[in-house]
Design a protein around this ligand. Structure first.
Ligand code: MG
Length: 260
């Protein structure tokens, strides 16, 4: 069932969205060679709780941490650990916060030092895929228009689009209807209407999109070991067009470069 939010509720939603973005931005500032993903996770959890909010991921379906931290060939759902980031890595950090009863959900893939040029291109294109998807989030369009825009841009650049994991409706719960795939056909799927709030989150692979889950039951990795990138914002569909809810005073985007 799709929950339609009132304009007032969408205004309230911005509190959770701003906190989710601010903490993601702060996580990005910690990204540098030698930092562990657990240290980032601990900062994120403390920061969210300090602001009277609740980490969106901790305990969700049993997930053990407040961020998903997915490096290089890890696509999504990486578990924070003592793993140290090293020069040339990329790291996707997914943060969510529940504040005022609403859930913000956003993710960003940061550079650890200077990744290879082709990996940076993957990140740039994946962010462009997110932007192309958001552009389609207008009343009267369909879910398939979002997926089509993302898939077309990714595949034009020779990259693979993950099929098994998709964006989703967001509201009082992290995951609501509808699913928001990163692939699809124009004009297909649920018709978009004002008051829907969705997380758009392209997961794009440098090589094959085929993937598997590690023995820990969570971490999803590419079958060919090549890197994957992941960018996400929570977006309200309104009569005036898409409104990105996961934005703070510095806007809805982070720098690619970790440590900034
Ligand atoms: Mg999400």
């Amino acid at each position: 069932m799709i929950h339609i939010k009132t304009p007032q509720e969408i205004e309230e939603f911005k509190v959770a969205g701003a906190l989710s973005k601010t903490v993601l931005r702060r996580a990005g500032r910690m990204v540098r060679p030698g930092v562990t993903t657990r240290e980032i996770d601990q900062m994120v959890e403390s920061f969210i709780r300090l602001h009277g909010a609740v980490p969106g991921f901790k305990g969700l379906y049993g997930f053990p941490a407040s961020i998903c931290a997915s490096a290089n060939e890890e696509i999504v759902h990486g578990i924070p650990s003592e793993r140290m980031l090293v020069e040339g890595d990329i790291i996707s950090i997914d943060t969510g916060a529940t504040a005022g009863g609403w859930v913000g959900d956003n993710a960003w893939t940061f550079y650890v030092g200077t990744p290879p040029t082709e990996t940076q291109a993957l990140c740039e294109v994946t962010l462009d895929c997110l932007k192309a998807g958001i552009e389609q989030a207008v009343p009267g369009n369909h879910i398939g228009d979002i997926g089509h825009a993302v898939q077309t841009l990714a595949e034009k650049n020779g990259f693979g689009v993950v099929r098994e994991y998709v964006g989703h409706g967001v509201g009082r719960m992290m995951h609501e209807d509808p699913n928001v795939p990163n692939f699809g056909k124009k004009g297909r799927g649920v018709r978009l209407q004002a008051g829907m709030v969705i997380a758009i989150e392209p997961m794009i692979c440098q090589g094959t999109y085929k993937n598997h889950t590690l023995a820990n039951g969570w971490t999803v990795v590419t079958n060919d070991g090549k890197p994957a990138a992941h960018y996400e914002n929570t977006v309200a569909i309104t009569k005036d067009g898409p409104v990105i809810l996961t934005q703070d005073a510095d806007g809805p985007w982070c720098p690619f470069q970790g440590g900034e």
